[in-house]
Ligand binder design. Structure first.
Ligand code: SAM
Length: 377
């Protein structure tokens, strides 16, 4: 999960910021803002029966004249410009420059031929095909600015690694730093000499609290023709969205999606899991009210709130790892940063003395200690 409009710490490494621009990644921070003066009510996410189709995947069945679209674009630009640095100053939210970039992405997703809006001299027919009605584009952009609805919910997708994942209210938008989780798995799998069922590559992998299914889909692609993955989430919206994304990448034979609490749907797999990964809720409850509006008002509390000190789910996962992983099995957990990493390693070294080896704290792209990894003895 991440921080400033771009990363959890609000300090962007050059690498991360360029990835964000290239990848259209999230700009929502979940770092509490320094001044916690407001506490927003957290709305219950609307329960969707079917995941919504992301805008860019919808058929271009609507049309508008070039001049009407230009009117909309000018209105949307003016609204974006009017924000200046207001959101940034209030809670580290997006500034006008960020919003103008998002507007271009919205145009890319909504128009069949977005290049014609930028270069109208090449148009023969002044009608442009759209994937949403023009009236909806007005409404979506108002929601983005006036309600601070995250851009990813507005267009229904997030670009993450080499994937484009469907997301909607009720599901956490996957963050850039979490991409590293897949690299960590790739690293340990590549070190292995054999691909047999007893090892890591050919074994059973589990992603707990899968959300959109991002990490699991990344891992399934790393495993290639080997192994299989089970993903678990308590949220019914997350389960439906993860299923949608798994099918879109044609991985339904490799990834099973289960609804339930943490290890509950995995009974019978004790001591048989080759790899266990999770990016659980880890924000201390008291910090939720100080989050950037896009996050605190719109993303699901179930995905954010890690209890009083943010450690409740991480400790539960760590305890479960001891019983679920087979000998030599690998785990990787994402945390809120240095303090949680250290606490977790200390817990594993003392309470689970001798149960794990090669425990490591791994930094994210922004240089923040973010992940704890290790192996079951
Ligand atoms: C921080 S989000 C991570 C989502 C996704 N893995 C990612 O990295 O984008 C935490 C996820 O844990 C899920 N969750 C919360 N409590 C849970 C529980 N008791 N059992 C299973 N999943 C849970 C939430 O619904 C949410 O999808």
């Amino acid at each position: 999960m991440n921080l400033s409009i771009f990363t959890k710490t609000s300090i962007l490494s050059p690498t991360l910021s360029s990835r964000i621009i290239l990848n259209r990644s999230i700009s929502n921070s979940i770092t509490p803002t320094p001044i916690i003066s407001r506490c927003y009510p957290i709305p219950n996410p609307p329960i969707s029966t079917n995941p919504k189709t992301p805008l860019f995947l919808r058929p271009p069945t609507f049309s508008a004249t070039l001049s009407d679209l230009q009117k909309w674009q000018n209105w949307a630009k003016t609204l974006a410009s009017s924000i200046g640095s207001t959101f940034t100053d209030s809670d580290n939210g997006p500034n006008s420059e960020n919003l103008h970039r998002e507007l271009n992405w919205l145009i890319e997703d909504a128009l069949e031929n977005p290049q014609f809006l930028q270069n109208p001299q090449f148009i023969e027919n002044p009608q442009l095909q759209l994937r949403a009605e023009l009236g909806d584009l007005y409404e979506l952009w108002k929601q983005r600015i006036e309600e601070r609805r995250p851009f990813q919910y507005v267009v229904g997708c997030e670009h993450w690694r080499d994937l484009v994942l469907s997301v909607e209210e009720g599901v956490l938008i996957p963050r850039p730093e979490t991409e590293l989780m897949v690299d960590l798995v790739e690293g340990v799998v590549k070190e292995e000499e054999d691909d047999d069922d007893d090892g890591l590559k050919g074994g059973l992998w589990v992603d707990l609290g899968t959300g959109s299914g991002a990490i699991a889909i990344g891992i399934a692609r790393v495993l290639g023709g080997f192994g299989r993955v089970i993903v678990v989430d308590l949220s019914s919206v997350a389960v439906r969205v993860a299923e949608f994304n798994v099918k879109r990448y044609n991985l339904q034979d490799k990834i099973s999606v289960k609804q339930g609490s943490w290890f509950e749907p995995l009974s019978g797999f004790e001591g048989r899991v080759a790899g266990l990964v999770s990016n659980p809720p880890y924000i201390p409850s008291g910090h939720i009210g100080g989050l950037q509006a896009e996050v605190g008002r719109h993303e699901p509390r179930l995905a954010l709130d890690g209890g009083e000190d943010g450690m409740a789910d991480l400790l539960h996962l760590c305890n479960g790892a001891a019983s679920m992983l087979k000998s030599g099995g690998f785990f990787a957990f994402e945390t809120n940063g240095e303090d949680q990493c250290k606490f977790l390693v200390d817990h594993m070294e003392t309470v689970y003395y001798g149960s794990f080896y090669n425990l490591k704290i791994v930094k994210d792209f922004a240089g923040i200690e973010r992940f704890v990894t290790g192996f079951r003895s």
